[in-house]
Write a protein that binds this ligand. Structure first.
Ligand code: ZN
Length: 481
């Protein structure tokens, strides 16, 4: 019983100190552990199971779009990394290098991939010869290293993280741009239908676009603490890399053309976003589609009725075989302790069943998001669980949408802008689009950066919130995580 004496309770409330809350939840829900290398975490089985679910749904969707998986090496020779100027400039401060093999200094340093454009495209130039080779749609699931010097946060900001990186090649700009948009919509659907997360799709400003891209599209989210965070993104690279790497093909008229390319990704950072968004003072709250355990059945065990109760609990588990059900009949833990544990782990539904419930032909069902308890007849359990899981998902999605909508303030002056940022809001403002203007905004607001230029804008008329020159569009600004 030693373990039972460990407190499951969190020492702070989420609304009071979200950073401490986050750190404690991750540890107590058994999601991750720290290592001796700062910024590198262990994904424990519970969080890795969530990542596997994310990988499965994204991978299925990519394959349905005609994308094939490949694997390229972890190491990128220095000369390749330097081939595209903007790209190397963007990444070089965070590249980790291999310089030695044993005691022998290498002739050429090898970068540990921060992203794989440069190593992949060196091969792509040999694989793309004719219009018949296109489109070429490849993806890899791997790890990358970006040696950030900011304070690391498990999942949200780690030096090594897991992701997918799609690298596609097309004969025309129009085809590439259509795919870029399709991919962003696919990620958006995954966020909505699996993570129960609301985000806004849009284009990044020139300052914030991917190093080497012609433009970047992203999904931006807002956390309950007023911090903006970027979700998945898709970059249209134009012919920038094609020209740097010589990715050319003969078109139908036997004329040589440079190819058009995209890259796109979803990362393990989204696990952190999900924790921050949905969790509460009792711990994690997981969206049903990503929860490793969907339903936990906790039998209330007494000596004289034990067999009867466990038998009924097994019957219920069997009825719910379409879900990941855990029947927890461990006798070394009390029912109360187990309740706390499943709450901490964010299991969407808990079923309690004791001898009186067996006699009455019902169970007690508790949903994690609202903690609402109700009796459910055993004969109604299958449709009831299905409906409740859908309701949990919808509730979480609506809450995350509300956080975004209530967290944005439209501003017309820099005074309003600063006031909103100081009160932990995100800002929507007219903006000229110039990098220098954006740099000044960041300085004057204590670090607010542009998030994206949301899609679906009508022709914008008005003045830039900062410089007063003609505005080009309306932009979300906020302090990033
Ligand atoms: Zn301006």
């Amino acid at each position: 019983m030693a373990k039972e004496t460990q407190s499951m309770a969190l020492s702070v409330k989420k609304a009071d100190d979200i950073s401490t809350w986050y750190t404690e939840v991750i540890q107590k829900a058994n999601m991750a552990d720290y290592t001796d290398v700062s910024g590198c975490i262990v994904f424990k089985p519970y969080s890795y199971a969530i990542w596997e679910k994310i990988v499965k749904t994204v991978d299925d969707r990519l394959k349905a779009m005609g994308v094939k998986n490949v694997y390229f090496p972890l190491f990128i020779p220095e000369r390749l990394l330097q081939k595209e100027e903007a790209h190397v400039e963007g990444f070089s401060p965070e590249v980790a290098w291999v310089t030695h093999a044993g005691d022998t200094k290498l002739d050429e340093r090898l970068a540990i991939r921060p992203t794989s454009e440069t190593i992949m495209y060196e091969n792509y130039k040999n694989w793309v010869r004719s219009w018949r080779d296109l489109p070429m749609k490849l993806n890899q699931w791997n790890n990358v290293v970006r040696w950030e010097f900011k304070h690391p946060v498990p999942f949200l900001r780690t030096r090594e993280f897991l992701w997918n990186e799609g690298h596609t090649v097309f004969a025309t700009k129009a085809e590439a741009e259509k795919e870029c948009n399709d991919i962003l919509n696919m990620y958006d659907a995954v966020l909505r239908d699996h993570f129960a997360l609301y985000g806004v799709k849009g284009k990044k400003t020139e300052k914030e676009k991917f190093a080497g891209a012609e433009y970047t599209m992203s999904i931006e989210l807002l956390l309950p603490n007023g911090r903006a965070i970027q979700g998945p993104d898709a970059h249209h690279d134009g012919q920038n890399f094609a020209k740097a790497f010589g990715i050319k093909f003969l078109d139908k008229n036997e004329k040589e053309q440079y190819a058009w390319q995209n890259t796109w990704a979803i990362t393990t950072r989204m696990i952190g976003v999900m924790i921050m968004m949905h969790g509460d003072d009792k711990g994690l709250v997981l969206p049903p589609k990503l929860a490793p355990i969907t339903v936990a059945i906790v039998p209330i065990i007494f000596k004289d009725s034990k067999e009867k109760v466990i038998k009924k609990a097994r019957e219920i588990k069997e009825k719910l075989k379409d879900y990941a059900v855990e029947l927890d009949d461990r006798e070394e833990y009390s029912a109360g302790w187990k309740f706390n544990e499943y709450e901490m782990k964010g299991v969407p539904i808990r079923i309690e069943i004791g001898p009186k419930d067996v006699a009455a032909g019902h169970v007690v069902m508790v949903r994690r998001d609202t903690m609402k308890k109700e009796f459910v007849k055993v004969k109604d359990i299958v449709p009831k669980i299905k409906k409740t899981l859908e309701s949990i998902h919808d509730n979480l999605y609506k809450k995350s949408k509300k956080i975004f909508e209530e967290g944005v303030v439209e501003v017309k002056s820099m005074a309003e802008f600063k006031k909103a940022i100081d009160s932990k809001k995100m800002v929507k403002a007219l903006f000229c689009g110039k990098k220098e203007c954006e740099d000044l905004i960041k300085d004057e607001t204590g670090g607010a950066s542009s998030r994206n230029i949301p899609f679906g804008q009508k022709l914008v008329t008005g003045k830039c919130v900062h410089c007063g020159k003609q505005a080009r569009y309306s932009v979300y600004f906020g302090k990033g995580y």
